[in-house]
Design a protein around this ligand. Structure first.
Ligand SMILES: [Zn+2]
Length: 88
């Protein structure tokens, strides 16, 4: 369903910021509305409205990030787990 659509969109243009995002739920919100946080490479992130491997931990303060929900999220989680942010 939704996932196959996402896979297609993301694989078509990985670099385009609008095509890659992670799903997240705001912790403070009752019922937790699903948000889409646009992913960026650390160099272009700005660390405010977007998410990258360098600021993912800051997003995690306020949001429960659903890494498995999107392809982009799974990739980023892998990178975080490997600790490769310095190479990006
Ligand atoms: Zn960032």
């Amino acid at each position: 369903m939704e996932n196959s659509f996402l896979n297609k969109e993301i694989s078509n243009d990985v670099q385009l910021s609008g095509a890659g995002y992670v799903a997240a739920v705001m912790k403070s919100e009752e019922g937790g509305e699903l948000c889409k946080i646009i992913m960026a490479s650390p160099r272009f992130c700005g660390h405010q409205n977007r998410i990258c491997v360098k600021c993912a931990h800051e997003w995690a303060w306020d949001y429960t990030i659903l890494w498995d929900r999107t392809v982009a999220g799974r990739k980023m989680k892998e990178e975080l787990d490997r600790g490769t942010e310095d190479r990006l």
